[in-house]
Design a protein around this ligand. Structure first.
Ligand code: 3PG
Ligand code: CO
Length: 553
């Protein structure tokens, strides 16, 4: 039985309107021409920085600070928003899967037993992101799973690959496919009929999120389940090389691998087993619904084979989706959102579609919906569909700012929480000029929200979930930009390992509140207790410590 009542903060008052702004993909890095935040005009964020060290500081947003396996793991929005919302560091999917594979426990679990009953007669299909990015999936985990599944009886395996170029360098897909092909060849030598069956770029095929564009999932379905795609190849390395002539890894069109009679080698059939091997939820939920739900009207599936399906993890704890999974997800319970709602903090959360689940679903510990509809309002601004965000770098930043402003001025809410996506979503395109425009737009949205907070005498907390726009090139150890063989600058589309800023302020901030200097290693998970304090409460004991103190002057 959870006791939801939070203790009153000894000095800080309740009832101040608090704006909680998360800039997506906004880290701190040395100022040079590839730091788009530095290049862009960002007067609001610049002025917040002037408040250092009492009202502005840096916090950790990658590696173990957010529950990832190693310090080389860059941050990402899932683990970042989980930490921000939950106030504690949970071992995340990447790490839990590593442990389950290393111990072999994955093969003794309910999920694996469930799918393995198909191995005698059916095919095992593995669908997921093929890279070593470690954000949604990892190649080495797929390799171990392939080996383990074949040792545990899988005789026929088909892999449906999604090429990356977003969490890893563009162009790296070719190498990953070659590595996978050589693993599959080894399996074939051992008598397992193992092949790549289909593929496509992650942003164009399968890995949409938050129901932004079901066509993306449909394109994948047609290739993976029906064996139909506009492009047919007999070899996946060739496919990727050829399709890259007209598209980046992220956006490769769907293809199927066919035999000498032009017949697809691996559509999903009755009696087959399917595993989606991404551990991260947001971009697998839509496919999971298509695979799992009897009633489904998002697109015409045409063919609905009777399969046994398991996720690498369970992706949605509230929907219990999917019902079967190989590894139990982190149990992110008692999040700050749930506590605050129980203590009467009325909450408004908003972003545009592509980041909407970040400030709701991830924030609340990978849980759909709100805790108490009478206390909470979640507003989604529809994202532009079918474009890459470098052509629309302002995205919906100002619309998000307006919605937050109106929510603040309405005085109906105690917490107004937003995610402003630009630095991240445009940063991922690798378009430096567009990312500069994106950062400026994000800064303007911050200003709009802070101005509203000034009007109502409230408090603001501005932070970010991980780095991205502050560094757009791959660098050597001493920080020099790297060039490829042809002399071209290597553009970094991915996140970074940089720390992110956090700033506090506003007329409602009590006198004497400042950042403590005794939590130098503070990270995203320390923000929840900080915010609880600013709402007038003390965080639960097991939360990471608050970043602030109140000094008497
Ligand atoms: C994506 O899913 O777009 C990237 O892999 C990670 O970006 P995010 O963690 O910022 O959502
Ligand atoms: Co991102």
């Amino acid at each position: 039985q959870v006791s939801w009542k939070l203790a009153d903060h000894p000095t800080l008052p309740k009832g101040k309107t608090l704006a909680l702004i998360v800039l997506d993909g906004w880290g701190e890095y040395k100022p040079d021409e590839y730091n788009c935040i530095h290049v862009a005009q960002t007067p609001t964020m610049d002025s917040l920085k002037q408040g250092a060290p009492e009202k502005w500081r840096l916090i950790r947003a990658h590696g173990q600070a957010v529950g990832l396996p190693t310090e080389d793991d860059m941050g990402n929005s899932e683990v970042g928003h989980n930490a921000l919302g939950a106030g504690r560091i949970f071992a995340q999917g990447a790490k839990l899967v590593d442990i389950a594979l290393a111990s072999g426990k994955i093969y003794g679990g309910e999920g694996f037993k469930y799918i393995s009953e198909c191995f005698e007669k059916g095919t095992l299909h593995l669908i997921g992101l093929l890279s070593d990015g470690g954000v949604h999936s990892r190649l080495d985990q797929l390799q171990l799973l392939l080996k383990g599944a074949s040792e545990h009886g899988a005789k026929r395996i088909r892999v449906h690959i999604l090429t990356d170029g977003r969490d890893v360098l563009d162009g790296s897909s070719v190498g990953f496919v070659e590595t996978l092909e050589s693993d599959l060849a080894k399996l074939r030598e051992n008598g397992v009929d193992a092949r790549i069956a289909s593929g496509g770029g992650r942003m164009y095929v399968t890995m949409d999120r938050y129901e932004n564009d079901w066509d993306v999932v449909k394109r994948g379905w047609d290739a993976q389940v029906r064996g139909e795609a506009p492009h047919k190849f007999t070899n996946a390395v060739e496919a990727v090389k050829k399709l890259r002539e007209n598209a980046n890894d992220q956006y490769l069109p769907p293809f199927v691998i066919v035999d000498e009679n032009e017949k697809a080698v691996g559509p999903i059939e009755d009696g087959d087993a399917v595993v989606t091997f991404n551990f991260r939820a947001d971009r697998m939920v839509m496919l999971a619904k298509a695979l799992e739900y009897q009633d489904f009207d998002k697109f015409d599936r045409v063919k609905v084979p009777k399969i046994r399906y398991a996720g690498m993890l369970q992706y949605d704890g509230e929907l219990k989706l999917p019902g079967h999974y190989l590894v139990s997800p982190p149990e992110i319970d008692r999040t700050s959102g749930e506590y605050l709602v129980h203590n009467g903090v009325r909450t408004f959360a908003c972003s545009e579609t592509v980041k909407f689940g970040h400030v709701t679903f991830f924030w609340n510990g990978n849980r759909s919906g709100c805790f108490n509809p009478e206390m909470e309002e979640y507003v989604e601004i529809p994202s532009d569909v079918g474009i890459t965000f470098n052509v629309q770098p302002k995205m919906k930043a100002l619309e998000i700012g307006e919605k937050a402003r109106d929510a603040i001025l309405s005085r109906k809410f105690d917490q107004v929480r937003v995610n402003i996506p630009n630095g991240d979503m445009v940063g991922h395109t690798g378009d430096i000029q567009a990312t500069v425009v994106a950062c400026k737009a994000a800064d303007e949205a911050v200003k709009m929200i802070i101005d509203a907070i000034e009007q109502v005498g409230g408090i603001y907390v501005v932070t970010a979930d991980h780095g991205n726009a502050e560094d757009m090139v791959k660098r050597n150890k001493s920080g020099q930009p790297l060039y490829d063989k042809s002399g071209k600058l290597q553009i970094l589309t991915s996140h970074t390992c940089q720390p992110v800023p956090i700033a506090i302020g506003g007329p409602g901030l009590a006198a004497g509140v400042r950042f403590r200097n005794d939590v130098p290693e503070g990270g995203l998970a320390n923000v929840a207790a900080t915010v609880m304090n600013l709402h007038g409460y003390v965080a639960p004991n097991d939360y990471e410590p608050t970043l602030i103190e109140v000094v008497n002057n």
